[in-house]
Design a protein around this ligand. Structure first.
Ligand code: URC
Length: 286
């Protein structure tokens, strides 16, 4: 039997990096989770154990720390691009770099004191290859949102297993994971991020929803029609079901007031919304 090496990549995942900038008595922090993944001439490493082309994952981690000191950490997309370009341009054996960063937000509690903001994480995924092709995704995870009305679900398929009652007024709640693709390299990733996030929230709150699918599309559409620098939005939204509790055993009615917030199972609604003329995504989503 004959076998061969298929697609492969390697790197250091989840390097936790905190950069403090000491501006006199006022300090600033950036709190990152950096994952690097490299690929290229790795046949020898896999087939014969020859590591001559392998940049150790430990070195990849060190590079992230050294770059945080040397270059500082601005927008996560820019830091990811810096690292990706460095690996590809300095190592002949490395043909492609993927750098993913999550940024945890902290609010100021004092000149040198900070309070972690909720569970929401800003994210990016950057690819760069030796032909100079670069792609940038920005995004967020765990943006938890809830509407107490303005959501219906009815008119769906009913078969012999359907028990779900139709509703014209329900709680709609989800934890949004969103990623959006930049058409080129952006001038201002920070401003772009704030604007896309604002659009997602505005559409979630402002859409009279007949399903989470319809809300998902409205969110992507609003971001794309407002932000010219992006061409595709991918959303993953668990339907965090809120079930009305039957209070009749206690002689109480329940007119959409008391719910059981179930954590599982949950519906998972996922989709992509893109411009008609969006350029080919290439390796952006890999
Ligand atoms: O918005 C919804 N979409 C569905 O596809 C679905 N399925 C379900 O049971 N509840 C819901 N809600």
């Amino acid at each position: 039997m004959s076998v061969k090496l298929g697609p492969n990549r390697y790197g250091k995942s989840e390097t936790r990096l905190v950069r403090v900038v000491r501006d006199g008595p006022v300090h600033h922090i950036k709190d990152l989770n950096v994952s690097t993944s490299l690929s290229g001439d790795m046949e020898a490493a896999h087939l014969t154990g020859d590591n001559a082309g392998v940049l150790p994952t430990d070195t990849q981690k060190n590079t992230a720390y050294a770059f945080a000191k040397r270059h500082g950490v601005g927008q996560i997309e820019e830091f990811a691009l810096l690292l990706a370009r460095h690996f590809v341009t300095t190592q002949p054996s490395i043909h492609h770099a993927r750098v993913e960063i999550g940024e945890y937000a902290w609010s100021r509690g004092g000149p040198h004191s900070f309070v972690r903001d909720g569970g929401e994480v800003r994210t990016c995924v950057v690819h760069h290859d030796r032909d100079g092709r670069t792609t940038v995704l920005s995004g967020l995870t765990d943006l938890v949102v809830l509407n107490t009305t303005g959501s219906e679900f009815h008119g769906y398929v009913v078969d012999e297993y359907t028990t779900l009652p139709p509703t014209t007024d329900r709680v709609l709640a989800t934890a949004v994971t969103a990623r959006w693709r930049h058409t080129g390299e952006s001038e201002s990733y920070g401003k772009s991020y704030e604007e896309v996030r604002r659009c997602l929230l505005e559409a979630f709150a402002g859409t009279h929803s007949r399903s989470l699918q319809q809300t998902l599309y409205a969110m992507g559409e609003h971001a794309l029609t407002t932000c010219p620098e992006i061409c595709e939005v991918r959303l993953s939204m668990p339907n965090k079901h809120h079930f009305l509790v039957d209070l009749s055993p206690f002689g109480l009615d329940n007119d959409n007031e008391v719910y059981h917030a179930a954590d599982r199972p949950y519906g998972l609604i996922e989709g992509s919304v893109l411009r008609e003329d969006a350029p080919d995504a290439g390796f952006a989503w890999e």
